[in-house]
Design a protein around this ligand. Structure first.
Ligand SMILES: C[S@@+](CC[C@H](N)C(=O)[O-])C[C@H]1O[C@@H](n2cnc3c(N)ncnc32)[C@H](O)[C@@H]1O
Length: 177
């Protein structure tokens, strides 16, 4: 079930990757920039579900040349687009690879901070993602998360905006016999 759910989510974001952030909404950028404010010069930061890099690019700027940001995303299209943008901007202290929040392909205690913007609610096994994040963080490391608060009207509007935005990329319904 979990693998099926993840394939479904990866498919949506793979199809959305080409248009993502070019569709007339401007909350990914501001949310990403705010999320990255935790990052300090010289730190090793992991961006889980980095998408096209809304928080990865500002974090790379903040950690500077002595730090490093590694972005992982489940959708190959996002990895491709973010990688191309890294190259286009000439960013050398960040990279993006395919990866799953539930099974992070990094050694224990390899990051000073993990950040993840508007991702966690797409992960079928959130406790497993939390365990993986804790595992790759050094003792005393930090987690910065951006998610929606159910009791804030503004957040509900943002959540509805994200849902509407993704609707065109849902898989077509199965053919009826
Ligand atoms: C709403 S987008 C946010 C992207 C980016 N963090 C931003 O703020 O623009 C959610 C992203 O999470 C990724 N994602 C969903 N489930 C994931 C998982 N299990 N592991 C890694 N990435 C995942 C999607 O492919 C998508 O790129």
């Amino acid at each position: 079930m979990s693998e099926e759910a993840k394939a479904y989510v990866a498919g949506i974001f793979d199809r959305a990757a080409g248009d993502y952030e070019q569709v007339g909404v401007d909350f990914f950028g501001p949310v990403g920039a705010r999320l990255a404010l935790h990052a300090q010069p010289g730190e090793r930061v992991l961006d889980v579900g980095c998408g096209r890099g809304a928080s990865l690019f500002p974090a790379a700027e903040r950690v500077g040349p002595t730090g490093f940001v590694h972005g992982v995303d489940l959708a190959p299209g996002m990895v491709r687009e973010a990688g191309a943008e890294l190259e286009r901007r000439g960013v050398t202290n960040a990279r993006v690879t395919l990866g799953d929040a539930e099974s992070l392909d990094f050694p224990d205690e390899s990051f000073d901070a993990v950040q993840s913007g508007l991702v966690i609610f797409f992960v079928p096994d959130m406790p497993q993602a939390a365990r993986e994040i804790a595992r790759v963080l050094r003792p005393g490391g930090r987690l910065a998360l951006a998610t929606f608060a159910e009791d804030r009207e503004e957040d509900q509007t943002l959540q509805a905006t994200l849902r509407n935005l993704l609707t065109p990329y849902l898989p077509p319904p199965p053919p009826t016999a």
